[in-house]
Design a protein around this ligand. Structure first.
Ligand SMILES: [Zn+2]
Length: 314
């Protein structure tokens, strides 16, 4: 069964290309996350990009093609395992154009051009595209039935910080943490993940995420309600047990005989029906729930007074 992560990536990887600026930004995010630098003749730089997702490999090739005279080679390693996961290797052959592109996209630390990087993130549309590219190459998301969690994993701390600040700038409550050798940038709130999916264009994924979340929410509400009712039942039962115990003591002290008829009837009804709710006792007594409540409270006071008296006589 394909994971939700791959559903999301398949959908994002098939979005139509829209603007040159965003194509560049998405490719930069994709390569920064998933590619490593290679060195050719004359210190010219090239790239090697690896992915197990066919749609992502195709997306990378399409985006690279938009960059002009960039030469690429593709290799597929077919898996012998039952899972049938292929691995796609894309090589961008070293050359002057590629070296310039790498510098402009901030893919190499030495050659990073601050102006190029600034241009990459100036517009919101490009920041969103960069996050999409990086997600395609190294993001993952829990299936909606599980706990809400979406993350980027990278070994580079500066890159993790960049993703974190881009998410924050877009208003997402992103967190950043370490896991073994890796840096993890994550989102944990369902609403944030929903906004993220739809902002990055994965509308179908967002719709199914929301549908499952609504089901979960209703189930939680039902559970809360049931727990609440159980707690109330517990309280009622405890109160009834206290009343029965107090009335028994009152009766042993001979106290019932001296009671006003209304109070006496209430005491007898409670003793005869220890499990009944106030409303049920009310039916027996021909009075309302609050009337029963009042009488039982009065009886409890009398029982308490009698105990005080008994304690004083001892
Ligand atoms: Zn743009």
């Amino acid at each position: 069964m394909p994971s939700f992560s791959s559903d999301v990536k398949n959908e994002m990887a098939r979005l139509p290309l829209q603007k040159d600026c965003c194509e560049r930004a998405e490719l930069a995010g994709l390569l920064r996350m998933g590619a490593s630098l290679t060195l050719g003749a004359g210190r010219a730089l090239g790239l090697a990009f690896t992915t197990e997702n066919a749609a992502v490999a195709r997306r990378a090739l399409v985006l690279l093609k938009q960059m002009g005279s960039v030469r690429t080679e593709v290799m597929v390693r077919r898996s012998r395992r039952l899972s049938k996961t292929n691995t796609y290797f894309i090589r961008v052959l070293p050359g002057k154009v590629v070296s310039a592109m790498i510098a402009e996209m901030g893919l190499s630390l030495e050659n990073a051009s601050p102006e190029g990087k600034k241009a990459l993130f100036r517009k919101k549309c490009c920041r969103v595209s960069y996050l999409r590219g990086a997600f395609l190459a190294g993001g993952s998301i829990n299936r909606p039935e599980a706990s809400c969690h979406l993350e980027y994993v990278t070994t580079s701390y500066p890159f993790a910080e960049l993703l974190h600040s881009l998410l924050r700038r877009l208003g997402f409550p992103a967190g950043i943490t370490g896991r073994k050798e890796d840096c993890v940038v994550y989102l944990k709130e369902g609403d944030a993940i929903l906004d993220f999916l739809s902002m990055l264009g994965a509308e179908e994924a967002a719709t199914s995420f929301e549908a499952v979340r609504n089901v979960k929410e209703v189930r939680n509400q039902v559970n809360r309600l049931v727990n609440c009712e159980t707690a109330n039942l517990g309280k009622t039962a405890n109160a009834a047990a206290r009343q029965v115990a107090a009335l028994r003591r009152l009766a042993t002290g001979g106290g019932l005989a001296h009671l006003a008829p209304g109070l006496r009837a209430a005491a007898e009804a409670r003793l005869a029906h220890p499990e009944a709710s106030l409303s049920e006792l009310g039916v027996h007594l021909g009075v309302g729930r609050s009337g029963v409540n009042h009488r039982l409270r009065r009886l409890m006071e009398l029982a308490a007074k009698q105990e005080v008296r008994c304690a004083g006589e001892r």
